[in-house]
Write a protein that binds this ligand. Sequence first.
Ligand code: AIR
Length: 399
Amino acid sequence: MSISGNINNYSKPYPIGIIGGGQLALMLVEAAKERDVKVCIQTKSSDDPAALKADKVIHADPLQIKGNKTLIKNCEKVIFENEWVKIEKLKQFCSEVSFIPNLDALNPLVDRISQKRFIDKLNLPSPKWLSISDYANLAAEDLKAWKFPIMAKSFKGGYDGKGNKKISCKEELDDFLSLNKSEEWIFEEWIDYEKEIALIGSRDKDGVVRVFPIVETFQSNNVCHWVLSPAETSYEIDLFAYNIFSSIVNDLNYVGVLGIEFFFGKSGLLINEIAPRTHNSGHFSIEACNSSQFDQQICISAGIKTPDINMNSKGALMINLLGLRKNHSLKIQDRIDLLSNINGANIHWYGKSKETFGRKMGHITFLLNENNHEKRYEKALSLKKEVNHVWPSPYDSKK
Ligand code: AIR
């Protein structure tokens, strides 16, 4: 990868600051190092994944304003690795720093209701939804359109299936309503999809949009377990998804990397969720593309022209290493040693201090060079079997 670029002259010590220090921040820091761009992060603990590699660490909870202030004082551009941010509080700093994406673009995407309203405003396809108070006020006739199961989704902070609850019957609905605050949840129609696909792309300050190949994601207990790139789609679906991506980023004047998760099935392509950041479904791009999703975000933030995106291989498989139970028979180091013996394995270890059940501890990527989807899928299944022999999905091992 070329490390040259028209990096701007900076008046502050660090060209890029990141709010947050998890694995996404870690991979952003790694991509920045490849381009000789220095990064300062704000994260709670020196044990957090990105803290080990960042050029400077501000030890403060990412939501702490005093810490944000120090970060902003030290950094030319500030980017986000997760959307758990207090936009109203950050607005006071807009004259001192550029946020990427800017706060107005981020605002409609940080919680479920505003995301749903934004998707509806653009008339983009997504599952039907209602606030719980609107559901409670439905006329009997309209209620008939809401058949069980219904999906309850929490208003904020829902990721990796946290904050999702399937409601299968009237009794479950009554229990749910008695246990939860209605203003913190929405109801969504249940979708019987055939597959889940995801699209990651970027848009720079001049409006240049670049997209990665669409991938298929495979979940285990609502958590992404593995990803196959490219997905088996059709030209029309690809175009529709790219079109949706462009509509979203252009409407928001969004600058940076953004991911969209879709359901695909009888009802066509439906937006499940929009992530205003780099995304788990794009990790394959580190090895499989000439410029990864992290590289795109770093280039955009540092004022380097984003490279056009091309695959280095016919396809790729990415498998998440999700935390296992405490009493798992193999120690972490033994698991990693065994995984590194698998031919073609590119292991990314996040260095999290604690392995907890289902937590994303690392991931592993394989390049696939089979000529058609069927063969790549077959190869992916056999590699996944080898990996899962050493490191199973925690949810499979429960059975
Ligand atoms: N993340 C952000 N949104 C969704 C996810 N998965 C990443 C970020 C964040 C980390 O997950 O990098 O910092 C949190 O991981 P954990 O294991 O501490 O919950």
